[in-house]
Design a protein around this ligand. Structure first.
Ligand code: SAM
Ligand code: SF4
Length: 496
């Protein structure tokens, strides 16, 4: 089918209009600019009061967030970094969740000026993976120790919702033996793909989608138009309401994001907050995670290296800190676009999810398994460390890696998980599942060096669990001890 016809068929205007209020969407640029301008200067007392509100795990409003974004005093920023780390500890404890991206296809009808996959880019070799190829990619990812992937696609009729559903089935069906002889499978598939209609999203729900992730890229309408001149993605509102449709399709873990470097970073943080607030208003729950990818060099894209809005490392840390304080109970993802030094620093101010062993070429994991040269990628990866290396680095910082996927499989999603997060209870369950899945990882995939440091960490975690009244009162100590013993003897996938 001709591209234009396909695009017209995909976009269903009524699935945009139903979410508008008086014909308007939730991005009020004038209001954002006003809020940023009227909160330019705040007293130290006001900033500290805002920090206190965040520490009580309450979402900040637009004026409060704008006030934090405008802070210029370094001492206050130091206080904010500390508070962000504390918020993270209270809601999520010391755990970091890992995932691996799996790029299934790079055919694309769009012309995003910052992306190596855009249709005009002749430097890019185009490919869509077959079922067998997807299973080989999954096999490599499992071999690293991952249990969670995010499948990623260009926007093209050949990688529509039906292809996505088939590729998810192929991933879930892949099995691999670990070095201890146990069988590993991917336990959660998140999806990053084109905005879809509600019916297509229902199909993905049926095949077991975890989180559906769509980045708005920029919330600024004029800039959006400039960087998405044609194609499916040129429709700002079709994209803006992709996650509303997902909620309506019963997918209650949704993920938002902005591509930092396209427009003013303070505006984008306010846009992410507006998106969060509208999901909360219309569905009672905000996004499961927020991502803040920074523009990195992409093949054939001048904008990716010379945009006037590129974000410095110092400002990047501020973005993550304000998001952590502003939306205390939402997961924050930092990807391997960032280098190891930046990631290790920013993790401290509140990220909850990382990728590792990352390859973003199509079929690139299988090539790595056979020591073949990789093709050009969609954009540049800054952190090429293996999962084992990152798990080790985090253990040295006292952070435990979690491969937990329990929340989604035992119904702790959407509104339920938000309540647990807001009341600081989710972190408690996660701690148990982190220990159990860390045990699996240490036995099945860790290097000797990582295993040695991991054993010390897991011992500390178990001691904490034994000492905390919450676990004793809820009779969880016996359960975790029992599961831990069974896992040590070779049982897998036990969760609480
Ligand atoms: N095609 C789908 C889309 O655009 O939403 C999903 C896949 S796209 C490969 C995933 C994300 O990569 C985009 O949402 C965008 O934020 C990010 N991306 C594209 N070009 C980038 C670049 N040069 N640097 C960093 N991230 C980039
Ligand atoms: Fe296609 Fe997504 Fe890249 Fe845009 S960002 S060109 S939609 S793959």
């Amino acid at each position: 089918m001709e591209t234009k016809k396909w695009i017209d068929q995909v976009i269903k205007q009524e699935e945009i209009d139903k979410y508008l209020v008086d014909g308007k969407d939730f991005i009020d640029e004038e209001a954002i600019k006003r809020q940023l301008a009227s909160n330019k200067v705040s007293s130290k007392e006001r900033i500290r009061a805002i920090i206190e509100k965040s520490l009580s795990i309450k979402r900040l409003d637009f004026d409060e967030t704008a006030a934090l974004l405008n802070v210029t005093d370094d001492t206050l920023w130091e206080e904010m970094y500390e508070a962000a780390a504390e918020v993270k500890r209270r809601v999520y404890d010391n755990r970091i969740v890992f995932f691996a991206p799996l790029y299934c296809g790079n055919l694309c009808v769009n012309s995003c000026t910052y992306c190596g996959f855009r249709k005009e880019n002749c430097e890019e070799e185009r490919k869509i993976l077959t079922k067998e190829e997807i299973q080989r990619e999954t096999d490599y990812i499992l071999g690293q120790g991952h249990k969670r992937v995010i499948v990623v696609y260009g926007e093209h009729p050949k990688t529509d919702a039906h292809y996505i559903a088939e590729s998810m089935k192929a991933v879930y069906a892949t099995e691999r033996k670990s070095k201890s002889g146990t069988t590993s499978r991917i336990r959660r598939i998140n999806v990053n793909a084109a905005p879809m209609c509600t019916e297509d999203l229902r199909m993905l729900k049926e095949v077991g989608i975890g989180t559906y992730q769509v980045f708005q890229e920029t919330y600024h309408k004029e800039k959006y138009k400039e960087v998405h001149p044609i194609g499916l993605k040129a429709d700002y509102r079709w994209r803006l309401y992709a996650l509303h449709r997902a909620m309506d399709a019963g997918i209650d873990d949704v993920a938002i994001g902005a591509l930092f470097g396209l427009y003013d970073w303070k505006f984008e943080v306010m846009g992410l907050l507006a998106h969060t607030a509208d999901l909360e208003r219309q569905f009672g729950i905000g996004p499961h995670t927020i991502s803040f990818p920074r523009l990195t060099p992409a093949s054939g894209s001048e904008l990716s290296t010379n945009s006037e809005y590129l974000v410095s490392d110092a400002d990047f840390k501020k973005i993550v800190t304000v998001l952590r304080l502003s939306v205390p109970y939402t997961g924050l993802i930092i990807t391997a676009r960032e280098n190891a030094e930046v990631r290790d620093d920013v993790v401290k101010v509140g990220c909850t999810q990382l990728d590792a062993s990352t390859k973003i070429g199509i079929g690139a994991y299988d090539k790595a398994a056979h020591n073949e040269k990789e093709d050009k990628q969609q954009f540049t990866i800054g952190d090429n460390r293996t999962l084992d290396e990152v798990v080790y680095a985090l253990a040295k910082m006292g952070k435990i890696t979690s491969f937990c996927t329990a929340g989604y499989r035992c119904g702790r999603t959407g509104e339920k998980i938000m309540q647990l997060l807001e009341t600081e209870m989710e972190g408690k369950f996660c701690k148990l599942n982190a220990v159990l899945t860390y045990r699996e990882y240490l036995d099945d995939y860790a290097s000797e060096k990582t295993k040695a440091i991991g054993e010390m960490l897991i011992k500390q975690e178990l001691e904490e669990i034994h000492g905390q009244a919450f676990y004793k009162n809820h009779k969880l100590v016996q359960v975790v001890d029992d599961y831990y013993q069974r896992i040590s003897k070779g049982e897998r996938d036990l969760y609480i």
